[in-house]
Design a protein around this ligand. Structure first.
Ligand code: ATP
Length: 308
């Protein structure tokens, strides 16, 4: 649904994008993740037609972002990371105003307004002034605005930023609902755990490049490194001694009778290490692989990208 090839963007001497490549399949929920300044907003703004790239190309639903901007505007809904709302409008009027911008007026606009307010759970705020809504409500209203022309693709720039935990959960539920409506969604975030249970696909961006991309499970599995937690009955010194001399093992944390370490090789290596521990004086009572998080994978890949 979205293909991006060699996208570059320079802001004067700042190279914000250094050749972004992305492939977002139809109906995917694509988590576009990266730290502050990685290039997420710049990429999304280019895809939304708000910024011109310095080089490269991109297509959305088959349309070229540079040559077919009108068609692109019809197929995408864009929610910026910072947005202005009109203080003197009520929530319902706000949506009617944007509906009019798409040529939808009268009864059709009112029906659309009510449908969207219900979708984003703001029906009871229809007559409330926009500036009296909480930040979470304003974000949901902004999402409703992005949906006015029923776009196939949603580009959402940090939709949960600045929200409290409850509002984040509400936003996530809303995004799940949009997935069920069959939209293709790109969501940028630097809070990785937030995307793990929502996304089907992940694109990890660092320093203006996508450093890893693919179905979520594949991206997580592609990181060879495993993280293992070990607990001893008594002192951990004997276990630590073995770990320190074991090639590929790196101690990450040590607290009380517990040690957490990473191991660069596969399960056979973990089994060999466990055998060595069992044959030693270390009284190991727990040895288990801890779940690899999106965060761990991202940090590892970002470190590798910096080295190469
Ligand atoms: P964040 O999570 O903080 O929003 P981001 O991943 O969205 O970050 P961008 O906003 O795309 O990153 O910024 C990418 C790089 O381009 C950063 O180094 C940033 O400082 C720079 N940049 C962005 N906009 C401009 C601008 N208008 N002028 C100059 N430099 C800019």
């Amino acid at each position: 649904m979205i293909t991006v090839c060699g996208l570059e963007k320079n802001y004067g001497r700042v190279k914000a994008l250094r050749g972004i490549n992305m492939h977002v399949p139809e109906k995917a929920v694509y988590g576009f993740i990266g730290q502050n300044g990685a290039g997420k907003t710049t990429t999304l703004r280019i895809l939304a037609g708000l910024l011109l790239p310095s080089a490269g190309e991109a297509r959305i639903a088959g349309y070229d972002i540079l040559r077919q901007p009108r068609e692109i505007r019809d197929v995408i809904g864009y929610m910026p990371d910072f947005f202005g709302v009109y203080d003197d409008l009520r929530a319902g009027e706000y949506l009617e105003f944007y509906a009019a911008a798409y040529g939808i007026r009268g009864k059709a606009a009112r029906e659309l307004r009510d449908y969207l307010l219900e979708l984003v759970d703001l029906s009871d705020k229809r007559d409330a002034f926009v500036d009296t809504l909480s930040r979470g409500m304003q974000q949901r209203l902004c999402l409703a605005r992005a949906l006015i022309h029923d776009p196939q693709v949603l580009l959402l720039d940090e939709p949960a930023s600045g929200l409290d935990p409850l509002a984040r959960v509400e936003m996530r539920e809303l995004l799940k609902e949009l997935c069920h409506l069959g939209k293709t969604i790109v969501i940028s975030s630097h809070i990785l755990s937030e995307l793990a249970d929502l996304c089907t696909h992940i694109g990890m961006v660092a320093e203006g490049r996508v450093i890893r991309e693919g179905p979520l499970n594949e991206v997580l599995a592609s990181s060879q490194e495993r993280k293992i937690s070990l607990r001893c009955l008594g002192p951990v010194e004997a276990a630590v001694e073995i770990l320190e001399s074991w090639p590929g093992a790196k101690i990450l944390n040590r607290a009380g009778q517990q040690v957490e370490f990473s191991l660069s090789d596969g399960p056979e290596e973990a089994a060999a290490l466990l055998r060595a521990l069992a044959a030693s004086e270390a009284e190991v009572v727990h040895f288990a692989e801890t779940e690899r998080s999106l965060e761990d994978t991202f940090l590892k890949l970002a470190r590798e990208a910096q080295v190469s």
